[in-house]
Design a protein. Sequence first.
Length: 550
Amino acid sequence: MAEHTVGDLVAHFLSQIGVDSGFGIISVHNIPILDAIGRLGRTRFVMTRGEAGAAHMADAYARVTGGLGLLITSTGPGAANAVCGLAEARFSSSPVLHITGQVPLPLIDRDTGTTHDMPRQLDMLRSVCKSAYRIGSAGEAWEILTRAAVDALSAPMGPVSVEIPIDVQKKSAALPSPGDEWQLQLPSPVVPLNATLDLLAERVLRARRPMLWVGSGARHAGAAVKRLLDLGFGMTSSWAGRGIVPEDHPMSLGALNGTGVSAVRKFYESVDLMVIAGSRLRGQETIDWTLPLPSSRVQIDIDPKANGRTYSVDRFIEGDCLPVLEGLLERIEGRMRVAPDYREAFAAMKSAARSEFAATLGPYGDFANQLRRVMPRDALWVRDITIANSTWGNRLFELYGPRDGIHPVGAGIGQGLPLGVGAAVAAGNRKTVVLSGDAGFMMNVAELWTAVQEGLDMTFIVMNDSGYGVIRHMQDAAFGGRRIYGNLVPPDFSLVAQAASAHYEKVDDPREFGEKAGRAIDRKGIALVEVDMRRIGEAPPYFPYAPMKN
């Protein structure tokens, strides 16, 4: 065993568990860790412009890779800046390991006013993370890091913070010898009893018009989900569970799951069983659970607390979606008998629903189709919370892979740009396209230069309506049309692009959107496409800010 510091131990631990990239800012209370990471040279460290952006990047990196996202911040203000991104990682169930510094061990929680001192910092981190730990000695460092990583990667996944006081980082620590073999021991998937699966199969075999609603908890179960579609199931998904089966599959609605779409809601009346797999049925996607779903419902979820949390269900099955669905398939393949007209009816409903929803979008109704034609099939599609995403970006633009789509699950504005950077770091040779509004883009615009610094291949599409368009819709619907505090003066985006040495395109005719977006996407490196909504026209309000047409 060689003598090193706790900082060295952290660097070796990250290498040992396969963390090849991380995000953050070097600071007075994390230099020993980052110095060790730099010397070891096995983990790429992306230097960001702020901890908030770094947290979102680590989140997106975890979503794209399916592995652990790494965030390293300083203590006090640095850790506080990361809270927004850690909260979003909790919303999205992303396995993020957050390593932060802390003042010297004897000064913690004494409010002495030392640099970056924040009393009860660990309580703050616990409030937004799945769990949070403090390393108080060199001897417990490896054990606590292991516990934190396992915790983050165990379902239901989430962000975990580890505080390491600056004096502890500098203490001597023994590292495993190069020949030691070691890896994280993750819990086995939860599999229900055979009797439970038998009862599920009996219920499914009675159905003649069955549907699936899948969420991100079923992201790893795509092959099983597709086999169910081949047997005759229809399918829709949550916004976070998109692409589990390619959305051009004839029996997939994608995320056009019924809110504000009468064709889907009417079709649900004929569905005699909905199997909900790995989805919370979030209020944002169901207008606070007012969307009428088929009355017969079964739910599969790894988290027992999901039972009845939103919609009531006839049967709840606690378990990992993959073994549950595989166990179901073993019992029903060759025995399913869906209604003879079900596939045809589903296809007709899907076509009608897409046309119905597109017709509500005014001049933006064809934007999803135009963009899909010019984007690579495997490109990453990252969105901020903006009207364009809440309409065509989430519901009409097709995704073909379970980790190709990323958006702020907690609906926070301004997160799209740094989420895009983290996704692009993970993307390898794939293109990353980011959709945002002008207001959201400017919230974290400094991270545009992180993308430049890292030499990433990204196209940013900015829908410029000079402010908060969705707030205007809310004000029109519920506040007498008093549009106050929603207008902003945007920058000249051509100059923003020029400052970042980025290719720039401007769209002021909706018919030219695909052509100009395609030109930007075809270029390697950073490109910015501004859609001038002031010239094209305001985005029409969508349900619930406008009545649903029947």
